[in-house]
Write a new protein. Structure first.
Length: 198
């Protein structure tokens, strides 16, 4: 698939929660490790759900990583790397897109995984820029917890009810939970739709 390309590109694995994005990222890393590639893995330090210093999928597979706060730290830690893998990339600052492009321009393979939409069903942070500038994009789906259809959205639940549109996009240390939902079962109270009167 990639042989016709000169070394250096960006590939993005995206979709809703529970679609297997991190699992796919780890799978690709493992394949490249067999090929003896020099790989450095990063994740945002805000993501400490399963581990502080490992990228961990919902299925339980894991791989060692650097947990960093600022995207600029990547450049200091990946000089000798041939492959840079970044999980939960939507949580990084705006500079992450320029860094991914810079690394790809230097001949490195940059693999990123992250949510394409927030709980409101709207583009998440830097993801639209990243997806449009990547050479390869893989969009994964989950299974809707309500009807079993292909799920493309993430439903945030707080105290047993769907989160309101005005709730913060990122909740650190909150006791919320999430479900995968299809477009028809995804519910965001307070979100205006076409035809709805103000």
């Amino acid at each position: 698939m990639y042989q016709q390309y000169k070394e250096g590109w960006i590939e993005v694995i995206t979709g809703c929660m529970f679609a297997g994005k991190t699992e796919e990222l780890i799978r690709r890393i493992n394949v490249l490790q067999f090929a003896k590639k020099k790989i450095v893995v990063f994740k945002p330090s805000i993501d400490n759900r399963y581990s502080v210093d490992k990228v961990v999928s919902h299925a339980g597979t894991s791989i060692e990583s650097y947990a960093i706060k600022d995207s600029a730290e990547i450049l200091k830690l990946c000089e000798d790397a041939e492959v840079i893998a970044i999980d939960e990339i939507q949580f990084f600052d705006e500079g992450i897109v320029d860094i991914c492009n810079y690394l790809a321009d230097q001949g490195k393979r940059v693999m990123c995984a992250g949510l394409d939409m927030d709980f409101r069903g709207e583009p998440f942070s830097i993801m639209p820029r990243l997806v449009t500038q990547a050479e390869f994009v893989t969009k994964l789906t989950a299974v809707c917890t309500k009807c079993g259809a292909p799920a493309t959205r993430t439903q945030r639940i707080i105290n047993g009810k769907p989160a309101n549109y005005k709730d913060p996009v990122i909740l650190v240390g909150a006791s919320e939970s999430y479900e995968a939902r299809c477009r028809h079962c995804h519910c965001v109270p307070g979100k205006k739709t076409i035809g709805e009167k103000s």
